[in-house]
Design a protein around this ligand. Structure first.
Ligand SMILES: *Cc1c(COP(=O)(O)O)cnc(C)c1O
Length: 469
């Protein structure tokens, strides 16, 4: 399987190469040249497989023999482990809970850091370790986080022998739970930097370091763990199949609603559909940072100032993975995407043609919630079911309820975080019950922390990194 860039002007890569690459050299994002196709009968034959067995069926054609099947199976088994106590805490890995008539929540927060990003980053960590050992190569991961990505990446890479991981978070601007999930990991290869600045400063520091990597020791390169990494998207396709099969698929259609930020998660759902999974609706839920909702509903894909919301993991101005969607919507015409993205960069706006917009509307429904409506949903769902939603998941649930076309089709709302990860928002909703951290994390506030506070100054950051590697 070859991987190609959305902008059509970068070398195509093998699977292993694409795992170690961030952006393509032409500024685009990598995608498989062709998608594996599964017939309904083939999908039906997977009924009853457990999560890991199913993951092997779905991931294997993307790897296409580059990693021997037995090794790939070991990587998947280690990534979705429920036995050691360090991995997932629910035997189903991604359990379903019913919250309404034919409405279900898919709990993707049973992993080590209580957010769905564990599904991708547990796998990516094991995959990197495997590929790097085979190549006898060491790399440096550098990433910026406003919360969830950093902790999931650190958990994914804490046992990787050939990886040093540096995660920058804005000093005193992430929640206590989020910070402690990162800074209480004390392995020697894990380095937390609290940068005196905001999230954008962290991101700019990472971008500048990727652009000029000469500060790294000989033979080292930087690897990205944000959702432009193809392996992350690929791992997320699995739970769409898993949830469908649990609710009568593939012979019965299902719908999905996804709280959306960078468009990585829902893009995996779109790919599942393209690969043969019968899906009726794909619903995009956004908070006040609503570029995707505006794009689908009004053809307005203009970058607007960032709003800080109660669902911080969806606070984005522009969704980086939307470019992958645009590539497909334009019949995979790389030159057209390059033109579109160049114009967007220059003018801050992007208009879809009539035909493309019609296709996008056929594929996606969308809905936007502000903080007040988000709190109302948390309250309503708790009142009717005693089930506590986190603010991100609440957005998906409400988007589903507002845009649903048929109540006879199961609606699966992706629960992207555990409510205890965002206790302030949940308390604001006025719940009788405070969200409680799962058992394995109850001592989080007693654990030793380790992190370095640094000025927003590239010389300081890179000197610190050099000293640690
Ligand atoms: C990252 C994140 C999202 C957004 O996912 P995308 O793939 O960026 O669209 C939603 N909810 C939570 C809790 C997250 O951590």
């Amino acid at each position: 399987m070859k991987y190609i860039s959305t902008r059509g002007d970068a070398p195509s890569l093998s699977f292993e190469e694409v795992v170690l690459t961030g952006l393509a050299s032409d500024g685009g994002l990598y995608l498989p040249e062709t998608l594996p196709q599964f017939s309904q009968d083939e999908i039906a034959s997977w009924t009853g497989l457990d999560y890991k067995e199913l993951a092997l069926k779905i991931i294997s054609p993307f790897v296409d023999g580059e990693i021997p099947e037995a090794d790939l199976k070991c990587l998947i088994d280690a990534s979705y482990d429920t036995v050691s106590g360090k991995g997932f805490r629910h035997e189903a890995i991604a359990p379903l809970v019913q919250t309404g008539h034919n409405e279900w929540v898919l709990e993707l927060f049973q992993g080590p850091t209580l957010a769905f990003k564990d599904f991708a980053l547990q796998f990516l960590g094991h995959l990197l370790d495997y590929v790097l050992k085979k190549r006898n190569q060491k790399v440096v991961i550098m990433g910026a986080t406003s919360g969830d990505t950093g902790s999931a990446a650190i958990e994914g890479c804490r046992d990787c022998e050939n990886v040093d991981i540096f995660i920058l978070h804005p000093y005193q601007r992430v929640s206590d739970v989020q910070r402690r999930q990162m800074t209480t990991v004390l392995e020697d290869n894990v380095h937390n930097i609290a940068l005196k600045g905001n999230f954008d400063d962290c991101q700019n520091m990472v971008k500048a370091s990727f652009a000029d990597q000469s500060f790294l020791p000989e033979g080292r390169q930087l690897v990205a763990v944000n959702s432009i990494n193809w392996a992350r998207i690929m791992a997320q396709i699995v739970y769409y199949f898993y949830a469908s099969l649990a609710l009568g698929g593939p012979y019965r259609k299902v719908s999905f609603s996804v709280p959306t930020g960078n468009f990585g998660d829902i893009f995996a759902g779109y790919l599942a559909k393209r690969m043969g999974l019968p899906v009726e609706q794909l619903v995009i839920g956004t908070n006040s940072n609503d570029i995707l909702h505006r794009c689908i509903s009004d053809n307005d894909h203009s970058a607007q100032p960032l709003v800080h919301s109660l669902s911080p993991s969806m606070d984005i101005m522009v969704s980086s993975n939307f470019e992958r969607m645009l590539f497909d919507l334009h019949d995979r015409d790389g030159a057209a995407i390059k033109q579109l993205m160049d114009a967007f960069k220059a003018g801050g706006d992007l208009k879809l043609g009539d035909e493309v917009l019609a296709k996008a509307r056929e594929l996606f429904s969308s809905y936007r919630l502000d903080d007040e409506e988000t709190l109302e949903v948390i309250r309503d769902v708790f009142d009717s079911t005693e089930y506590l939603l986190d603010p991100h998941t609440a957005i998906g649930v409400q988007a589903a309820r507002k845009t649903r076309r048929s109540t006879s089709t199961p609606m699966i709302c992706l629960a992207t975080a555990h409510p205890a990860k965002f206790p302030e928002a949940v308390k604001k909703a006025g719940q009788a019950a405070d969200p409680v951290l799962p058992h394995h994390m109850q001592d989080l506030f007693e654990r030793e922390e380790r992190y370095q506070v640094l000025d927003n100054e590239i010389g300081q950051v890179q000197a610190f990194m050099q000293a640690q590697i």
